[in-house]
Design a protein around this ligand. Structure first.
Ligand SMILES: [Cu+2]
Length: 507
């Protein structure tokens, strides 16, 4: 219960903090966050608040601890932003954080600068859209985004998170992220229209070594004492789901629900498994499996690796009466230089009363799905061609590098490409730990790992690069909407903050 008292105190602190903006003062009628973390007495999973454009978000922080958060509608609650293809997402983002922070970023105390990245969307990297290079709000400043969502944006789960170089890790660890849903998955997978939809935002919570609650927190999520992989360090991070520690997810025996899961952790991999049940995967990284391959609708998997920033959308069936089942992450070996990434329980499936959802998102006559199949000859030609560009991840005691360069905000682009074609990129990991590779505004087909063809090539926007290994990618640089200067980087955000990022010019 100490946890609850601390949370209550923290909420009160957030409520009476000194603000630079009138907007950030605690508003009458403000409610507590929907999912307080508890060590005992598991809470029922609550859905993030849905909203549509226009959206007003505020960055706030606790003046005592420095911990930052996104406020929406008067409380700490990063909403799910739902957008239709072809719509404009208008979003005002007010930086109401303090000018001095108690939190530490790469170069000393955090400066509390902030901005937003719209992860996975095929949109312009220029202001006022998905621009994290020139758009930056210092405390007291605001940003005004108008993001033109293309009509052919694949429907699915995307997400927004803060992306200020040097401060990304701490802000994302604090929870400054939320889900984006592009409407229309039912066009590709009609049965989900009649299922209860659950949006699960996985974040992580730091468990400090000297936190007296640490052993109980680790016990609560059932981290085995035997360790995991080659790292021998004590795990210092545990997953939360929609802000709650090990909540219960209401699901009746045999009930089929549509789970849309984003790994919003800045550093934890999730190798997701629902005991006793297969995951019926229908989309990855926002893209229906059938989008480029109309014959492929679903993929059954016993477990599935979701690197930081990736998403998986899957149908989950409630276990038989009396069967205990949990949503778990399995042990994932991050390599000898990686951080511990142990097995743990994220949530429990529970046959408990739940309000009837009664929500069919089915349109009266949904538009037919639009597919973009690629010719096998084109794919074979790209895959068998020499790589057009090689990204090499390296690290040493002073930092993290791409092609021997540490990112600098005023750097010129490391590479430039002419829009209009698919390219073969190879990403090489010359380190003793894994790194998730991500490029803004672009999906790619990951088709080989360590030089060997993958049995199931996947369209992704974030991919794990194995220790001392490589991945081969077919980059989709065909869409003129992405013209401008953009970024690619490691999505372990502490690595990005320390230099593992580079610019690309789409011309
Ligand atoms: Cu990395």
């Amino acid at each position: 219960m100490m946890e609850n008292r601390l949370l209550t105190r923290r909420r009160n602190v957030l409520g009476c903090m000194t603000c630079l903006s009138l907007f950030c003062c605690f508003q009458p009628g403000a409610q507590a966050p929907p999912s307080p973390m508890k060590v005992s007495e598991p809470v029922l999973l609550s859905d993030p608040t849905p909203t549509r454009s226009p959206v007003l978000l505020k960055a706030v922080n606790d003046p005592h601890t420095g911990k930052a958060a996104i406020w929406f509608d008067g409380r700490e609650d990063a909403p799910v932003i739902r957008v239709k293809p072809g719509e404009d997402l208008r979003l005002t983002y007010i930086n109401a954080m303090s000018t001095h922070s108690q939190e530490h970023c790469v170069d000393g105390p955090c400066m509390n600068m902030t901005n937003l990245h719209f992860h996975g969307l095929h949109v312009s990297p220029d202001a006022p859209q998905d621009d994290v290079i020139t758009m930056m709000a210092m405390p007291g400043q605001s940003l005004h985004y108008t993001v033109n969502i293309p009509r052919d944006q694949p429907p699915g789960l995307y997400w927004y998170h803060t992306h200020p170089h040097g401060e990304s890790y701490q802000q994302d660890l604090d929870g400054m992220s939320g889900a984006i849903v592009i409407d229309g998955m039912g066009r590709y997978v009609p049965e989900i229209e009649h299922m209860r939809e659950r949006i699960l935002v996985l974040r992580d919570r730091a468990v400090e070594k000297n936190d007296p609650a640490a052993p109980e927190l680790r016990r609560t999520v059932e981290i085995p004492a035997t360790g995991c992989g080659t790292s021998t360090d004590v795990p210092e991070h545990i997953f939360t789901v929609n802000g709650a520690l090990r909540p219960r997810i209401a699901i009746a025996p045999g009930e089929r629900q549509f789970w849309r899961i984003v790994n919003a952790s800045p550093d934890l991999y999730a190798d997701l498994q629902v005991e006793t049940e297969q995951l019926e995967i229908v989309a990855l990284d926002g893209m229906p499996l059938s989008f480029h391959d109309p014959k492929r609708r679903v993929e059954f998997r016993g477990h599935f690796l979701v690197p930081p920033a990736s998403r998986v959308e899957a149908i989950v069936t409630g276990p038989k009466p009396g069967a205990n089942a949990s949503l778990r992450t399995l042990c994932f070996d991050t390599g000898p230089d990686g951080d511990p990434n142990p097995a743990m329980v994220l949530a429990d499936l529970a046959d408990v009363a739940q309000p009837a959802h009664g929500i069919s998102t089915a349109s009266v006559s949904p538009p037919a799905p639009a597919y973009k199949p690629l010719s096998p000859a084109l794919m074979a030609r790209i895959e068998n061609s020499p790589s057009d560009f090689v990204v090499t991840f390296t690290e040493d005691k002073k930092g993290f590098y791409i092609n021997d360069k540490k990112y600098g905000p005023s750097d010129p682009p490391m590479t430039s490409i002419s829009i209009g074609a698919f390219h073969h990129w190879r990403v090489v990991n010359d380190t003793h730990e894994v790194h998730p590779f991500h490029i803004h505004q672009v999906h790619f087909l990951a088709y080989a790992e360590n030089g060997r063809p993958l049995s199931r090539p996947e369209w992704l926007d974030t991919v794990n690069v194995p220790v001392e290994g490589s991945v081969d990618l077919m980059m989709d640089f065909t869409d003129p909407i992405i013209r401008g200067v953009s970024l690619f980087h490691c999505h372990l955000l502490s690595h990005e903050d320390k230099g593992m990022m580079a610019k690309i010019l789409f011309k």
